[in-house]
Design a protein around this ligand. Sequence first.
Ligand code: FAD
Length: 561
Amino acid sequence: MLARSEQLKKIAGQTFDVVVIGGGATGSGCALDAQLRGLSVVMLDAGDFAGATSSAATKIVHGGVRYLEEAIKDVDPKEYHVVVRALHERVRMMENAPHLTRKLDFLVPSYSWLNAAYLDIGLKIYDWLAGSARIAPSKFLGREETLKRMPNVKKEGLLGAVSYYDGQFDDSRYNTATVLSFVKAGGAALNYARVTALLRDASGKLNGVTVKDQIGGSTFDVHTKVVVNATGPFADAIRKQANPSVPTRMRLSKGSHILFPIEKFPTDDAMLIPKTDDGRVLFAVPWGGRLLVGTTEQEVTPDEEYYVTKEDVAFMLKQLNHYAETPLTPEDIVAGFAGARPLVSSGENESTKSLARDDVIEIDKTSGLISIMGGKWTTHRAMAEDTITAVQKALDKPITDCATKTFKLYGGEGFTENFWESLVRDYSVSTETAHLLARKFGTAAKDVLMLAKTDASLAQPLIPGHPYPQAAVVYVVREEMAMTIEDVLARRLGVQFYSWRDAIHAAPVVAALLGKELGWTDEQTRAATTAYVEKINRWLEHAGLARETASGSSAATSSAN
Ligand SMILES: Cc1cc2nc3c(=O)[nH]c(=O)nc-3n(C[C@H](O)[C@H](O)[C@H](O)COP(=O)(O)OP(=O)(O)OC[C@H]3O[C@@H](n4cnc5c(N)ncnc54)[C@H](O)[C@@H]3O)c2cc1C
């Protein structure tokens, strides 16, 4: 049971070795590593865990083909290092959470022999750099094989495709599993807990933080020996609170994604579009029954709300349709999301797309603040390892072994590919429900279904025909600290990332279950539903699509992410 009220009691006014500010990929990775090394740790997030960038990734576990190309062009060993480290980390990331990851074949359709040869050589280097961490060798597929595996790829002039392997993961569930593993290891975690001030001793060194509970409204202090700033796009705000004279380091780049029914571009493999009109790459990836297409690149500031705009839609569709035999249209879009890449800059004039996805650890001499900035999801564990080594040095403690290299995350213990069969056998659920729960919760799916077994009303589907039982909502409120409709439908269950319209239809049911668990009044339940439905309608409108009502005229689809 991960009750927020219990966590609050464990945290308010207490003393820890380390306070980690930020509960995204970087913060939760740091918190888990520090806790497993025997430190006492609290992790605080101003919003929901994974509520910012860490649920807005393309969900690829990768070394970075584009970064490799840049490293070769720039003859830059530092950029090589970024790619090589990520290539090794991708294997660890997949082994640590087998239920939330899988290997994926990426095809790059080729229409010129010269381009195919260029790509083939580049991907052989990618394989070679991966060394023992190679997933499978890259190879050239002929035209017939390419069309068999990707029937809607543009046929005219197609020679075949270069194929290479990377991984795919469920970003928000990976984040949740890391937080839960951290708490299970004895750590304290609180969402909707904003750090509003940094406390310091007579010498100016940080020794605590002031926290505003965004839900209960109270303010309290937490005392600590070290503060880790893992706030991604918001890192500069904390750095400047600690030491107003530090220069701005973060440059934020918005990236949007759109999702289509997979039937619009049927494939089990991902497609890499090697050169977009603005000189980047674009991915079209099969993702839980959808085709996930992304991304864009646009410089932004930290405190904006990021939407998928009509312009983003037009750009991505134009790039995708260069490669599609039957074009996809804006009306085919079923969902979308956007987030800001937290890139670290040394100068003012670089474009965001030229900034390497490297990470930087900064130790502020005046205040002792340790900031971990930049990086990517694939390298979050290694970033955390380096950060916590820096924390142990700051604490003047011996550097102990990092335990996260081979640490099975929550739900991953005992998981096998055919685990879902035991759910069908033991809980009499459909194969669709069993697959979905196994993929989202791993072996903890049994606990979700136990709720439905003990209370038959929770065996009802979320919305008619939907594979999620209502028990999944109750489970994520009781066990995963979901506090809002969006926490449930976006980051815990993924329904909002699968279908905006399904999410709107499910909102009243989710609100009623949440309200019952959290003691909301009827008025609070109604207000939460209205606010959520309005928020998703703003997403629809920004993307240029028609609004939807909770009672809805358009039919809900029958599957989930
Ligand atoms: C479009 C896009 C696509 C991407 N695709 C991939 C990919 O396919 N593969 C990959 O490896 N990487 C990818 N990335 C990169 C990856 O998503 C990020 O590097 C990673 O999620 C950053 O995590 P973070 O924890 O540093 O930041 P965040 O996830 O943004 O977390 C920072 C947290 O700090 C909290 N916070 C801020 N201020 C405070 C405060 N005062 N008090 C308490 N909490 C605070 C915020 O609420 C937030 O939750 C992508 C990024 C983007 C934007």
